[in-house]
Design a protein around this ligand. Structure first.
Ligand code: 89Y
Length: 352
């Protein structure tokens, strides 16, 4: 079968991992790179033997025959490039967070729907090896019906070192990291009906919030709390970028703790097993579990692009995560609970 040809837009920090992650998969071939600063695109292209290099996206689309675009730029340009893909009738994948506001995200989704262009969001967190296993444990029913969960992504890691633009975001940790943790909460527990949020800023030299606490009622009444912090302090159990989970059910409990250990506690005692991610030579060891999750996320979207089933992180699905992200900012600003209405088939949620 002919591989699908694609271009990546963006040659920054994340593209250095997204591109080799694509190379792990048969069935897709990167043929061109666009980046605002040509030298950065050239450097990435040389490293991976890609011939098409451009600093003008229109020129790239006029010169190259491609089947889809993978947008790996900063969030500020996602909308512009998704609309460009829509005009060219090209299927498009966009990094999380999808957009800088809910209205912008809704417009992007509507444009692609009108143009009949498949649109996916590269939301990889839920594809982490230990999180997939945690989902299996919940589905197996060993701990019974979950009633409460804690999701902790609290780290002293200096995130601004590799991603300095994060310092400049007026909305930081919920948009950057909450996009992942809230999506993972939806993946594990279903849609939210209520949300309440507090934020704080510990770093004096950044624009946005670097601490957030979000409490939600999800699915059939599970209380889920997401604790996030990038305060650059000292924490005994800090293993960036591992996310820790603790879920209580009516028959037991399950913990995903440090070093990928999953501990399931039921009447028969505690059963513990490690679920480490695969190690790729191209991945930065400091980001292992996250970089490894790019591969199954790409594979899931590629299968959908080839007409083999539905991807998990479609534009419409991710819009529900985007809704939670901006509801969290609204709740933090107003000090009030945001309530969502579930539609009958529970595929759609909307603010009440
Ligand atoms: O940008 C973020 C992401 O997507 O994964 C972790 C990160 O690099 C910092 O929060």
């Amino acid at each position: 079968m002919r591989p699908l040809r694609f271009a990546i837009f963006g040659a920054g920090f994340w593209a250095n991992y997204q591109l080799p992650a694509w190379l792990e998969l048969p069935g897709a071939e990167c043929v061109a790179i666009y980046n605002r600063t040509l030298a950065k695109a050239e450097k990435l292209a040389e490293r991976f033997g890609i011939t098409g290099v451009y600093d003008d996206p229109e020129k790239l689309l006029a010169s190259e025959e491609i089947d889809f675009i993978d947008i790996i730029t900063d969030v500020g340009t996602h909308s512009e490039f998704v609309h460009l893909a829509g005009r060219h009738k090209l299927p498009v994948i966009c990094q999380k967070p999808m957009a800088t506001s809910l209205a912008e995200a809704e417009k992007m989704v509507a444009t692609c729907r009108r143009a009949r262009v498949p649109f996916f969001v590269h939301e990889n967190w839920r594809w982490q090896t230990p999180i997939r296993q945690l989902k299996r444990v919940l589905n197996d029913g060993a701990i019974g019906k979950p009633f409460r969960a804690r999701i902790d992504m609290i780290s002293g890691f200096p995130v601004f070192k590799n991603q300095p633009f994060l310092r400049e975001l007026e909305q930081f940790i919920i948009a950057d990291l909450g996009s992942h943790t809230l999506d993972t909460a939806r993946f594990l527990f279903g849609e939210a009906s209520e949300l309440y949020c507090h934020t704080a800023r510990v770093h004096a030299d950044i624009k946005g919030e670097d601490v957030a606490t979000i409490m939600m009622r999800m699915g059939r009444g599970v209380t889920v709390t997401c604790n996030m912090a990038y305060a650059e302090n000292y924490l005994e159990r800090d293993r960036f970028p591992e996310t820790y989970f603790f879920v209580e059910g009516d028959k037991g409990s399950v913990e995903l703790g440090p070093d990928y250990w999953i501990r399931v506690t039921t009447k028969s005692g505690t059963h513990a097993r490690r679920y480490p991610p695969p190690r790729y030579a191209w991945a930065d060891p400091a980001y292992d579990v996250v970089h490894a999750s790019i591969v199954p996320c790409n594979a899931n979207i590629l299968a959908a692009l080839r007409g083999k089933g539905q991807a998990e992180t479609t534009d419409e699905d991710n819009l529900k995560t985007v809704r939670l992200v901006f509801a969290a900012y609204d709740s933090a600003a107003s000090g009030s609970v945001v309530r969502f209405q579930m539609s009958k088939n529970s595929r759609r949620t909307r603010r009440q």
